[in-house]
Ligand binder design. Structure first.
Ligand SMILES: [Zn+2]
Length: 487
């Protein structure tokens, strides 16, 4: 058997003023055939899973390109078409193939393409033919479209948020595609559209128990795979919103019934039922001071300034708030300001000077901070782990303003794990509170060192209030913009 694997992924915040061209892919993560490292990035899990499968089962693997751009705004037409044509050309050259595996995100929007992944999979189907088993792994924050479902035999999304399971789900995908290619199973797919913009975290209830039950249902009673596409609310596309996808072995009615049952369960939590309380800056600081323990800070997540959601990551709102509490030992990172990083690196460790930093990328990102700073640490590359992958924040600096330590980075990436701070000499155990620029991916690595994790509402720049997002393309009715037509 011959297997092809490739990966093309980013997450597009159509409201963000940060545009993505081909160099954004090449600069972030770009591996021509055969050069993918032994560890996966978030969306290239199928490449690693395909290697493992080929080794274990004695299959021939033909690797295509794998690439990823940090989430931002619209992708250029040239970037998408050139990367698509590169991968489809590689697939064509690899024919005949029995299985084609794709590591995708599912919320990539390019100029002229609201559904890049559906378009890519349709091209793959046209080239590989009707009998090739086509499988795609998606991030759960995808826009699940009919075009994707029609073109692919198997779609499997991450189940966990934080996404601790991207490699596990890629292995599930590869295994199921092999079984389908061997005609041991006949995957049929049903989708239930919740007609709602919602979402949940699996680091807490009710999401935790829900996903545990999903996992327990797979592989039993002819249910092969269950995915919840939470959706990505910062993408103005027709299919934005939450959908449940169930793959059964030959029994479409059973798949449809289960998809609807699970979808209605999510709707039953009500709007915002799957997400925790969000604190305004002042109440979050007060709560952190109350809850912090000796050696264990409270971790505050600046969810709406998370580079992983396509925004800049330079919001100064929390720095401003913390500078009013100069007695509180605190740290915040990583904040994106390549110019300020350049100043700090040139000045060197120990230098003291007046620095202007951050608060520039959007009107809702606060204002630039002017402060007397001391450079505590510098690095040529702030490299941090996230599950099985490594993420670079580029050249970076740690600066101190009294009791407040700030990590400045020159590459946009979210604060996945404590080495963002510790690699630059910041001792988190000495802090009362630590602010991280991340929505929830920080959780797995930060929760073990935290007295408590709290979520912040700093007002932007991510479009956080779903009732007020100015969608032009979303299908209607769609809750909470409209009453849910299913309820
Ligand atoms: Zn995601």
């Amino acid at each position: 058997m011959r297997v092809f694997a490739a990966s093309l992924a980013t997450e597009t915040n159509t409201f963000a003023p940060l545009f993505v061209d081909r160099s954004a892919f090449e600069g972030a993560f770009y591996c021509p055939p055969g050069t993918h490292p032994a560890t996966p990035t978030l969306c290239s899990g199928p490449m690693i899973a395909a290697r493992e499968l080929a080794q274990r089962e004695g299959l021939t693997l033909i690797e295509g390109t794998a690439t990823w751009a940090e989430p931002a705004g619209l992708v250029s037409r040239e970037a998408y078409e050139s990367l698509r044509d590169e991968i489809i050309g590689q697939l064509k050259a690899a024919l005949p193939v029995d299985i084609a595996l794709f590591g995708l995100h599912g919320a990539m929007v390019a100029h002229g393409y609201d559904d890049c992944e559906g378009d890519l999979l349709a091209h793959a189907r046209a080239v590989a033919g009707p009998t090739c088993i086509i499988g795609a792994e998606l991030d759960m924050h995808c826009h699940l479209t009919d075009q994707m479902v029609e073109a692919a035999d198997v779609i499997n999304a991450f189940k966990e948020f934080p996404h601790t399971d991207f490699l596990e789900r890629a292995r599930d995908l590869a295994t199921l595609c092999l079984r389908a290619a061997r005609r041991e199973v006949r995957p049929v797919t049903a989708v239930f559209d919740c007609r709602a913009i919602s979402g949940f975290m699996t680091s807490q209830e009710p999401g935790r128990g829900f996903v545990d039950r999903m996992l327990a249902m797979e592989g039993r009673d002819s249910i092969l795979s269950i995915s919840v596409a939470h959706g990505f609310q910062a993408g103005d596309v027709y299919d934005v919103g939450t959908k449940v996808l169930v793959i059964a072995d030959g029994d479409l009615g059973k798949a449809a019934a289960l998809a609807e049952t699970l979808g209605r369960e999510i709707l039953g939590w009500g709007p915002g039922g799957g997400v925790p309380r969000h604190y305004k800056p002042e109440e979050a600081i007060a709560e952190a001071v109350r809850l912090a323990e000796p050696g264990r800070p409270v971790v505050l997540a600046d969810r709406w300034d998370n580079p992983g959601g396509g925004v800049a990551g330079d919001s100064s709102v929390m720095v401003d708030a913390l500078l009013k509490h100069s007695d509180i030992p605190a740290a915040i990172g990583a904040m994106w300001d390549p110019v300020a990083v350049g100043f700090c690196r040139a000045a060197g460790v120990g230098a003291e000077f007046r620095l202007r930093f951050c608060g520039k990328a959007a009107p809702t990102s606060g204002h630039p901070i002017d402060a007397d700073v001391r450079v505590r640490g510098i690095t040529d590359d702030l490299l941090i782990p996230f599950e099985q992958s490594w993420v670079s924040l580029g050249p970076a600096a740690a600066i101190s303003i009294g009791n407040l330590d700030v990590i400045l980075s020159s590459t946009r990436a979210q604060t996945f794990s404590p080495p963002v701070f510790t690699n630059l000499g910041i001792d988190l155990a000495a802090k009362t509170l630590v602010v991280v620029k991340s929505s929830n991916h920080f959780y797995a690595a930060f929760a073990p060192i935290a007295a408590k994790v709290l979520y912040l509402d700093t007002g932007g720049p991510y479009p956080s209030d779903t009732r007020k997002i100015p969608y032009k393309k979303a299908r209607r009715p769609l809750a909470p913009l409209d009453p849910n037509p299913l309820l």
